[in-house]
Design a protein around this ligand. Structure first.
Ligand code: GLY
Ligand code: MN
Ligand code: MN
Length: 437
């Protein structure tokens, strides 16, 4: 692992520092999910649970208890079992959780119903992911019920149940130097994958064959998971924002839009590039592409401390809208077009989102009424686009069916930002040069 194990302990300690002294936090792992009959989906740990433990098994629960004498961080997990491990793979076990993952204390998950109510008892506030999973909500209530059934013996059930998200997700929003290193690695591998897909593109190649090229690079570089299903859309499929069928052959003269990123140690990367199937942009493609690229540069330029979350979206909107006017796709003045949001049929999403353990990462975008100010360590995507619907008869035919998005991952630094995904070209000259090789 690139991430030092001690970082997980320091995250737990930070969270404990934000908790009331007479409280307890309960954070479950992700469940295993059935794909069909005896086959499970590949396991992906819950991001909150992983952030606090680095522990990658299902059927585990992390409990944080400020001030507990025998250790504040307690893990319940599966016990080791040589016979089971022979079938399903290695287990860490409670002893291993303490030794390898630095938990203070650990117990077998089969004993949780017996042990956890005693840990909750006497604590007035319970933090947990309230309302996220019905089964876990009722599980927590069963543990509390066990305490309530003993009030006549003096047991004190908790009275307050508080969503854990607010505090925990604010911690997750600020990435440490170690996290940025991992995310830079993810950006580097994904950029290389995009380069390889560009080199593979040609008329007649199927969209899924470019997807295969991406996955091949991810796995060759040592990471098996994609952060989300890869989008490979040739021609008009590039206008479908979440196109994941990836089943069509690429056509001479079309663009292809690839939105794909790997995960490294569960941290996402999220890159989009749009390039010509035959290696050469046509005139209308070139004109629209230059507008999107200028918008992306303007949006990246707006990512710096002191600017707020929406500055980069506003910067992108101005350039995109002016570009649409200049090309005759919109009429009227820039201010009127912005005011009336007449760019909406061509640009219907936002310019980015937080990025981290989740591709659409946690963290508030507003504080009260105001947009959140950017601060060093925050990581976000910058992804303007233009999509001219194939059936838009209001515009000249030459524009129809062109979909373009350019997306990079950037981290806010002390005096601006750093692009984590710059290893894949995005200027027309650089793309054409790479594809000509
Ligand atoms: N790939 C999802 C997104 O760009 O937000
Ligand atoms: Mn994306
Ligand atoms: Mn994105």
């Amino acid at each position: 692992m690139l991430m030092p194990i001690k970082e997980f302990a320091s995250r737990r300690n930070k969270l404990i520092g934000h908790m009331a002294p007479d409280s307890i936090a309960i954070i479950p792992s992700a469940p295993e999910r059935v794909r069909n009959r005896d086959v499970l989906h590949p396991f992906r740990q819950d991001s909150d649970f992983f952030y606090l433990t680095g522990f990658d098994e299902p059927e585990a629960v992390l409990v944080l208890i400020p001030g507990r004498e025998h250790g504040e961080s307690v893990l319940f997990c599966k016990e080791r079992n040589p016979e089971k491990e022979l079938w399903d793979g290695y287990l860490t076990g409670p002893e291993g959780a303490i030794e390898k993952f630095g938990l203070d204390d650990a117990f077998p998950i089969v004993d949780i119903d017996e042990i956890l109510p005693g840990m909750i008892e006497g604590r007035s506030r319970v933090y947990y992911p309230l309302g996220r999973d019905k089964a876990f909500d009722s599980q927590v209530m069963e543990w509390v019920q066990t305490i309530r059934s003993k009030v006549r013996t003096g047991a004190q059930p908790p009275g307050e149940f508080v969503a854990l998200e607010h505090t925990l997700h604010d911690l997750r929003l600020y990435k440490s130097p170690a996290e940025i290193k991992v995310m830079a690695k993810a950006g580097e591998i994904s950029a290389e994958a995009h380069c390889n897909a560009m080199k593979k593109a040609a008329p007649g190649v199927y969209e899924y064959q470019l997807e295969a090229e991406l996955i091949h690079t991810f796995m060759t570089r040592g990471t098996r998971n994609t952060a989300y299903p890869s989008i490979v859309g040739g021609g008009r499929n590039g206008c479908i924002l979440h196109y994941i069928e990836n089943s069509a052959p690429l056509k001479d003269g079309d663009l292809v839009l690839i939105d794909a990123g790997c995960e490294v140690e569960n941290y996402a990367s999220d890159i989009t590039r749009t390039f010509p199937v035959n290696g050469k942009f046509s005139e209308p493609q070139r004109a629209l592409y230059e507008v999107v690229l200028s918008a992306q540069y303007a949006a990246i330029d707006a990512v710096r401390p002191g600017n707020h979350w929406n500055h980069s979206h506003e910067a992108a909107l101005r350039v995109l809208t002016q570009g649409l006017i200049d090309l005759g796709l919109l009429s009227g003045s820039l201010e009127d077009a912005l005011e009336q949001a007449s760019y909406k049929p061509f640009f219907m999403h936002r310019t980015g989102h937080w990025l981290g353990l989740d591709v659409h990462d946690v963290g508030d975008y507003r504080v009260g009424e105001a947009w959140r100010l950017l601060e060093p360590g925050m990581v976000l995507t910058v992804e303007p686009g233009l999509y001219i619907a194939p059936d838009n008869t209001d515009v000249d035919e030459k524009w129809r069916g062109i979909g373009i998005r350019i997306e990079d991952d950037v981290v806010v630094t002390k005096d601006g930002c750093r692009v984590l995904s710059e290893g894949v070209p995005k200027t027309i000259d650089d793309i054409e040069a790479l594809m000509a090789r």
